[in-house]
Write a protein that binds this ligand. Structure first.
Ligand code: TTP
Ligand code: MG
Length: 384
C-alpha cells in the first residue's frame, strides 16, 4: 500500500523548477575562485545597482536592485565586480543544454530559471538530484530545485530553500505546504497588493484559502477565483516549450571548383569535422552520430549518417567518416560538402570513462594552441 501511494506521488509529481543560486556571482566565482566564500556583489554600470549578491553579502541586508552606494555602506568588506554579460549568456546556454539531456520538455523563464517536466521518469526525485549534481560538477555553479505537481508549487518550493535546495511537495500536500507561507509568495501579490491585503487582515496564503469569497472579490475583483485556486495549490498552466538551444554542430562549404577526387573530399570533411568537434569539446559534450552531405555538380544531394559510441575526439570519428563517404561515393564531381555531429551526450566528471577517448594528446595540444594563438595557428595535415 505504501509502495503504491509512493509510486502514485512520484508518477504525477513531475514538474521541476530550477533556479541558479546568485547566478552572476556564481559565474564570477568560476572565473575567479578567490571570490568563493567572500561577500561578493555583481553590478554597477550605468544603473549603479546590485544585479546579484552572494549569500554572504545578503547577511548584511544587501539584495538585487539596491543602489551600489547603499550596498557599500552596509558591507565595506564586500568585493564588487562589474557585470560580464557574455560570460552569463554562455553559462546560461550550458545550463539549459544540460537540462535538455534530462527532458525534452523545458520552459526557459529567464537567464537562470526554468521549468523541466520529468513526467517520463519513474523516479523524478533521484533524476532531479542527479541534474543538480551534474550542474555543479560540469558547469561549476549551484542550482536550487523545487518538485511539485504544477508550476506554481514547484516554483515556490524551489525558491523557498536556497542555495542548493531540493524541496519536494508530494501530490496531495500542496494546500498544506502553502498554508503558512506569506501572501507575497502568490503571483499577483506584489508589494502594493500585499500591503492592501494585509490591511484587510490577510497575512498568509492560508488566510486566502479560508477567506470569504465576497471579501476576496472586494480585494481582487475578477481575479478572486483564480487566486483562490492558486492559494489552494491549483495551477493548470502548462510548460511553454522553449526551442532547443543546440542539438547539433555542423559546417558546410561550397568549393570554388568542383572536386572529383575522393581523397581530397575526405580531407576536406576531416578538416570540417575537426572544427565542429572543437566546439563540441568547448561545450563539454560528446556526440554519438555523424552525418555527411555531398552535393554533386548536377545539384543532387546525398547524405549518410552513422552512429557510434559517444566520443568528443575527431580521431575516433575519422574511420566512421571514411565509411560514410565510401558508402555514398560514386565518383561524381562534388560542389558542396557538409558535416553534422548530433545525438549529444554531456561529458561530466563521473562519465569521463564512458567516453571513447583513447589517446587524445594531439587533440589536447591542438586545442590549447588554438585557444592561445587563434583558430588558424595550427592545423592537422589533412586541412592544409
Ligand atoms: P535571480 O535568479 O533573481 O537572482 P540570483 O540568481 O542572483 O539569486 P538567487 O539565488 O536568489 O536566485 O536573477 C538571476 C540573475 O539575473 C542575477 O544573478 C542577476 C540578474 N538580475 C539583475 O540583473 N537584476 C535584478 O534585479 C535581478 C533580480 C536579477
Ligand atoms: Mg537565481
Amino acid at each position: 500500500m505504501i509502495y503504491l501511494s509512493l509510486f502514485f506521488c512520484y508518477s504525477i509529481m513531475v514538474i521541476v523548477h530550477l533556479d541558479a543560486d546568485c547566478f552572476y556571482v556564481s559565474v564570477e566565482r568560476v572565473k575567479n575562485p578567490r571570490l568563493i566564500g567572500l561577500p561578493v556583489i555583481v553590478g554597477g554600470g550605468v544603473r549603479g545597482v546590485v544585479a546579484s549578491a552572494s549569500y554572504e553579502a545578503r547577511k548584511f541586508g544587501i539584495h538585487a536592485a539596491m543602489p551600489i552606494w547603499k550596498a557599500k555602506s552596509l558591507c565595506s568588506a564586500a568585493v564588487f565586480v562589474q557585470t560580464d554579460m557574455d560570460a552569463y549568456r554562455e553559462f546560461s546556454q550550458k545550463l539549459f543544454q544540460l537540462q535538455e539531456l534530462y527532458s525534452p520538455f523545458i520552459e526557459k523563464c529567464s537567464i537562470d530559471e526554468g521549468y523541466i517536466s520529468l513526467k517520463h521518469e519513474s523516479d523524478p526525485i533521484t533524476k532531479a538530484r542527479e541534474l543538480q549534481n551534474q550542474v555543479k560538477s560540469t558547469i561549476g555553479i549551484t542550482v536550487s530545485l523545487g518538485l511539485g505537481t504544477n508550476k506554481l508549487v514547484s516554483q515556490i518550493a524551489g525558491k523557498l530553500w536556497k542555495p542548493e535546495g531540493l524541496t519536494v511537495v508530494p501530490a496531495g500536500t500542496e494546500k498544506e505546504f502553502l498554508k503558512t507561507l506569506d501572501l507575497s509568495w502568490l503571483p499577483g501579490f506584489g508589494p502594493k497588493a500585499t500591503q492592501a491585503a494585509k490591511y484587510k487582515g490577510f497575512s498568509t496564503i492560508g488566510d486566502i484559502q479560508s477567506a470569504d469569497m465576497s471579501v476576496l472579490f472586494e480585494l481582487l475583483g475578477n481575479k478572486a477565483d483564480k487566486v483562490r485556486g492558486l492559494a489552494n495549490g491549483i495551477d493548470l498552466s502548462e510548460i511553454q516549450l522553449t526551442p532547443n538551444v543546440a542539438k547539433s554542430y555542423s559546417e558546410q562549404a561550397t568549393f570554388e571548383k568542383d572536386i572529383r577526387i575522393k581523397q581530397e573530399i575526405y580531407h576536406k570533411l576531416q578538416a570540417m569535422l575537426d572544427n565542429v568537434m572543437r566546439k563540441v569539446r568547448l561545450d563539454g559534450k560528446a556526440v554519438k552520430t555523424l552525418e555527411i552531405k555531398l552535393r554533386t555538380a548536377a545539384f543532387k544531394t546525398v547524405t549518410k549518417s552513422i552512429s557510434f559510441e559517444p566520443t568528443d575526439n575527431e580521431e575516433v570519428i575519422y574511420p566512421v567518416l571514411l565509411e560514410a563517404l565510401t558508402s555514398v561515393w560514386v565518383g561524381h564531381s562534388i560542389r558542396l560538402v557538409g558535416v553534422t555531429v548530433s545525438n549529444l551526450a554531456y561529458k561530466s566528471a563521473g562519465q569521463l570513462d564512458l567516453f571513447n577517448t583513447p589517446d587524445d594528446k594531439i587533440t589536447k595540444l591542438l586545442d590549447s594552441m588554438k585557444s592561445k594563438f587563434g583558430e588558424n595557428a595550427i592545423k592537422r595535415g589533412h586541412a592544409l
